[in-house]
Design a protein around this ligand. Structure first.
Ligand SMILES: [Zn+2]
Ligand SMILES: [Zn+2]
Length: 564
């Protein structure tokens, strides 16, 4: 990671390296990295003259408002990345001569360097992106890269959704959603009687049919402020939760890892294009005591592909109730946190960061608490359901080397709401667990953060103070258009990011991502090459009999390879 702590210290450089017309140009749609304007001669010429200038810096009239701090990276195949680290000149900077007190209007003050695409767009990284949806449909790498250029995404994670939707009832003429629990699957649901197909299949875990019915009951005025199903609908009618949950099962789809690896392998991307993607392993059953062996299998099959693990999910509103594994899924409330903890420990040895979704609280508890208020029940302060279990796991000595990213502003959701003392709890966790990072992904989280001025101010202060531990993510799900992908970022641009320092914003938009994801790539490649050999697989993973490979064995093999 390149950071520029004191941009003003590059004092003698005043010659512009980018003409204004180059630093803000129109060609946002360009998708070929080879045509990068940063690689043009004008930049090199600018650099040359900058470093061979007259020495009387202030006498050189400014031709630009920025300077390139780090050039776009060029690769062996000749391809060039489209992003460069650029320091913008402080607007209206004025320096006074120490001798004469005279104002020198040409200052050498630059902001902290931030990333720009060759198109002139400000560039950010997306630490939380789902290219495919709950039925494994979505974007291929070529489509992704085109959209990234259009909206200024320099790097992104690729997180396939690891659970596929299995509708309880095939769509049919009756139009009825099932009232039967698919977890007790019966002849009636699965049998031939209702097997005729009519109408579109669902592709999201909240059935469109149910959401449409609820929204039909709203006036156009209500729809403007509440365009989607939300927590108030559940508060009014807790039976809705059951209806949604009963409509489908979500089964773990471990094929998504190789699906993604295959798409990347067959994409024909240039090295520069490939360097902008951080594919993530998600297809893992977190309740399986052998899940860490599964991870080794996946990495062995797809060497050179994955950066990290996640988004993997422990507790998630609705989804956990629909999970085909029932109570055998990972949980902060049962001993089923152990397989996940071991997986995280192994991830720490390999060097893969782990992005974790775990709601801080339980949806049912929140709805019940809301509806029992003022009904005689003494409302004692209730701790969020999963906070203690998470704190235990984050501070478990076994995961101290694991780079963890806890998603969604500390486990907030579309329905799960931020409770009192939320930011204090996050501050304490960050202080106690040095390996913990947070993402502020999801438009629903942006909505909660931006719900009023008080919340915005509190979150802005919190992020400003912990920006090196926090990263931005869109949490977009198989976007069909750029507007969908950039929605979360736009919400933050218009609220949270306003008035935040350039440095804090840089950390949230790129710095933390570079440290957690980009810096991990080499560690994982080294592990794959040095430890994940055929001999290792034969001896430790695929031999008949035995327990999963322990983290200690992996550590020893890694250390032995390093000294070999
Ligand atoms: Zn999530
Ligand atoms: Zn997500």
């Amino acid at each position: 990671m390149t950071t520029v702590k004191s941009p003003a210290s590059s004092a003698s450089v005043t010659t512009p390296l980018l003409k204004p017309s180059e630093s803000k140009s129109d060609g946002a749609g360009s998708s070929t990295q080879k045509s990068s304007k940063f690689s043009g001669n004008s930049v090199l010429d600018g650099l040359r003259s900058a470093f061979t200038g007259s020495g009387k810096a202030a006498s050189v009239p400014p031709r630009s408002n920025s300077m390139v701090v780090s050039q776009p990276k060029r690769f062996h195949d000749g391809s060039v990345r489209p992003d460069a680290l650029v320091a913008k000149r402080h607007s209206g900077a004025v320096i006074h001569s120490a001798k004469t007190g005279e104002a020198i209007t040409v200052g050498n003050h630059f902001e902290v360097a931030t990333y720009e695409l060759s198109s002139g767009l400000d560039a950010h990284s997306d630490s939380h992106m789902h290219p495919t949806n709950y039925v494994q449909r979505g974007l291929n790498p070529e489509q992704l890269l085109k959209m990234m250029d259009d909206i200024g995404v320099r790097n992104t994670t690729l997180m396939p959704i690891p659970t596929s939707l299995l509708q309880a009832k095939l769509p049919g003429d009756d139009g009825a959603t099932t009232a039967l629990n698919p977890h007790e699957i019966s002849e009636q649901i699965g049998g031939g009687e209702h097997a005729h197909h009519c109408g579109p299949l669902e592709f999201y875990y909240v059935p469109k049919k149910i959401e449409d019915r609820v929204l039909a009951g709203r006036t156009s005025e209500e729809l403007a402020s509440r365009p989607k199903l939300d927590i108030d609908d559940f508060r009014k009618d807790p039976g809705l939760i059951k209806e949604i949950v009963d409509a489908s099962i979500l089964y773990v789809d471990t094929a998504v890892n190789t699906d993604l690896a295959t798409a990347i392998k067959n994409s024909g991307m240039s090295e520069a294009q490939r360097s902008r993607l951080d594919p993530m392993i998600t297809g893992l059953h977190l309740g399986d005591p052998r899940v860490s062996d599964r991870l080794l299998h996946e990495l062995y099959k797809t060497k050179g592909t994955f950066t990290g693990i996640g988004e993997i999910t422990v507790h998630k509103e609705l989804v956990e109730d629909m999970f085909a594994g029932g109570r055998l899924q990972a949980s902060t409330q049962t001993p089923r946190m152990e397989p996940l903890t071991k997986l995280m420990e192994v991830a720490g040895v390999i060097g893969t960061p782990v992005v974790l979704h775990c709601d801080i609280d339980n949806l049912h508890d929140q709805v019940e608490e809301f509806n029992s208020k003022g009904k005689g029940k003494a409302s004692e302060a209730r701790l969020p359901a999963n906070l203690e279990g998470l704190r235990k796991m984050f501070s478990d000595p076994r995961v101290q080397d694991t780079k963890i990213v806890w998603a969604h502003g500390g486990g907030l959701g579309r329905f799960v709401q931020q409770g009192e003392g939320h930011l204090d709890a996050l501050k304490k966790l960050l202080a106690d667990c040095p390996n913990l990072n947070l993402d502020i992904s999801w438009s629903e989280v942006a909505k909660q953060i931006g719900k009023d001025d008080q919340s915005l101010t509190a979150w802005r202060g919190f992020i400003q103070d912990h920006s090196h531990r926090i990263c931005f993510g869109s949490d977009t799900l198989a976007p069909k258009e750029t507007g969908t992908w950039e929605a979360t970022k736009k919400m933050y641009d218009e609220g949270l990011f306003k008035g935040m320092s350039t440095e804090a914003k840089h950390n949230v938009l790129n710095g933390t991502y570079d440290r957690v994801f980009v810096a991990s790539r080499k560690q994982v490649r080294d592990f794959e090459q040095n430890v994940l050999t055929k001999e290792f697989m034969d001896t430790h993973v695929t031999n008949n009999g035995g327990d999963p490979v322990s983290a200690q064995t992996l550590k020893d093999l890694k250390a032995a390879a390093a000294t070999a």
